[in-house]
Design a protein around this ligand. Structure first.
Ligand SMILES: *Cc1c(COP(=O)(O)O)cnc(C)c1O
Length: 390
């Protein structure tokens, strides 16, 4: 117990892809050279392939929230009527952003752990023809829930409004058919399923959204996406880019293409499924009624503060997991699956959880959670005729 490797197991930042990390050492290139233009064009082309969209894709130097802000600034004007779906701390960020830019928001909120129903969105769209945009999280990282963005997108598509999806933890953890489902603006971030450090945000932007940007009057400068689009067409960014993160991004996109984006999604889904099975086997409860695959939010045993579990992961195993955010602090702990996570990680995470629960006096049969993960692995990846010892 004297050597404890540090392991970052949070839903952002996530574990780093070694090849991406190594690539960052080549950062001594200038951003107004042919070398850089080749890199930037490759990143934009690969990102478009990975997102499987015909829409424009742009990269910004910012954390994910910069991408959210750019989406509000570039396509809306003060006084515009919008719908904001809010089912957690990130939904509340959309509410705050809409307020900051003077939008008139109808907020459809769901209690923490639930999701906003597509029917509620449709109902407001039918009642109010002035709605210009609908905002949602594909995956609400704070509660481990996911939204039915397909149904919502198809409903918004029939109207003049645009659908703005914070897919920062949705990308790489759930299927997202950007073009077919009418996802006009999709926002991602580097430190989630894309396996590289924080610092890049990116967006896909539909022609319908670009058309709205022409009449949008919100002030913008650094995040002027029309300017960014023009720069990107020439293989450059409008301002000094984060060269080291772009080098990393190029490697990560190469890796994702080598396994396939659908397989990256399947990987997260399998790990999330196995985690839910393990949690149930240990007699614990999930927090979300519509759990997604980016992160699983778990309630601690009755009477136990989830912060104790988070602290024990850190002190016993040097593993960093996350507590609940805001009022959910102490009420849940969150186990991540997005990006560079594998079964090896999950076996350890669940075995450690059993040890931590036992240390806190909760009755645990060692191996019961781990066995649940093994069964999911066996079901997915062992030949059917393999004899399983139970
Ligand atoms: C991480 C995250 C963000 C972005 O947060 P930043 O700290 O700005 O990178 C936004 N939305 C969701 C759902 C997230 O998980």
């Amino acid at each position: 117990m004297h050597i404890k490797k540090q392991r970052l197991l949070t839903p952002g930042p996530t574990p780093l892809l070694p090849a991406a990390l190594h690539a960052m050492m080549g950062s001594d290139i200038h951003h107004r050279t042919e070398d850089f233009r080749n890199l930037y064009k490759q990143v934009l082309a690969d990102l478009k392939t990975v997102l499987a969209t015909a829409h424009d894709v742009l990269v910004l130097v910012a954390s994910g929230t910069g991408g959210l802000e750019a989406a509000v600034q570039n396509f809306f004007s003060p006084g515009d009527e919008v719908i904001v779906c809010s089912a957690g701390k990130f939904g509340e960020r959309w509410v705050d952003l809409a307020k900051a830019f003077g939008l008139k928001a109808t907020v459809l909120s769901a209690p923490y752990g639930d999701a906003v129903s597509p029917a509620a969105v449709e109902e407001v769209l039918a009642r109010n023809k002035n709605i210009r945009g609908v905002f949602v999280q594909a995956s609400e990282t704070s509660t481990g829930s996911q939204h039915d963005v397909k149904s919502m997108g198809l409903a918004v598509k029939k109207t003049g409004a645009i659908f703005v999806v914070d897919a920062i933890t949705g990308l790489g953890t759930m299927p997202l058919e950007i073009d077919a489902w009418g996802l006009d603006i999709v926002i991602g971030g580097s430190q989630k399923a894309f396996m590289i450090p924080p610092g890049l945000a990116f967006l896909s932007i539909s022609p319908k959204a670009w058309a709205l940007s022409e009449s949008a009057t919100s002030p913008r400068y650094y995040f002027d996406l029309r300017k960014e689009r023009k720069s990107a067409a020439g293989g450059e960014s409008s301002w000094t880019p984060n060269t080291s993160l772009l080098l990393a991004f190029a490697e990560a996109l190469k890796y994702i293409q080598s396994i396939g984006m659908d397989k990256l999604v399947e990987n997260a889904q399998l790990l999330a499924h196995a985690t839910r099975q393990a949690v149930r086997a240990l007699g614990l409860e999930l927090f979300s009624t519509s759990p997604g695959s980016s992160v699983t939010a778990v309630r601690p045993p009755a009477g136990m503060d989830s912060g104790v579990i988070v602290k024990q992961y850190r002190s016993r195993f040097n593993a960093i997991i996350t507590n609940g955010q805001g009022s959910m602090k102490g009420q849940i702990f969150r186990l991540a699956h997005l990006g560079y996570f594998d079964f090896h990680d999950l076996f350890a995470v669940i075995a450690e959880l059993e040890i931590i629960l036992a240390a806190e006096g909760y009755p645990v049969r060692f191996g019961s959670g781990v066995a649940a993960v093994q069964n999911v692995y066996a079901e997915a990846a062992l030949p059917k005729e393999a004899p399983l010892l139970v």
